[in-house]
Design a protein. Sequence first.
Length: 179
Amino acid sequence: MLNPKNTALVIIDVQGRLARIMQKADDLFKNLAILIKGARLLEVPIIWMEQLPDKLGSTVAEVSEHLDGLQPIVKGVFSCVQNDEFNATLDEINPDNVVLAGIETHICVYQTTMDLLAKDYNVEVVADATSTRLEHNKEIGLEKIRRAGGQITSVETALFEFQGKATGDQFKQLIEIIK
């Protein structure tokens, strides 16, 4: 089970013009915002990644505005695990579970999943907070992740799993975020 004490959330490469040409981009940005706000409420550590921002641009405002106080880790590789700063940050958090969201499902999200699985992490990919330029590539990416042993989740499933109970002030605040 996911819980805030044993999980890290990774937001991958939701940048510039590329992010804006993803399938259902507006839904993607909305779902990422909900996921990030909920994770922050529940104190889930977040790692924010950007792929070559000097070429692809910064993370879109609809997402980055919810990451205030955090700094993106810049990478020039598809898999986040091939980046030393990412690995150092992940080691510092020391999670059992890594939840992935962002773009593109069949490239950076998929390759990061494969490398994390090889390092014995439980990996869950938030299907409604990932996307691709071409719809069939998302399905291919998710299927490859499933076959390799990664789990597929959704924004609400992950957040309610982190929450764990239907009582208390955090639960009430989480309901407001999801609405």
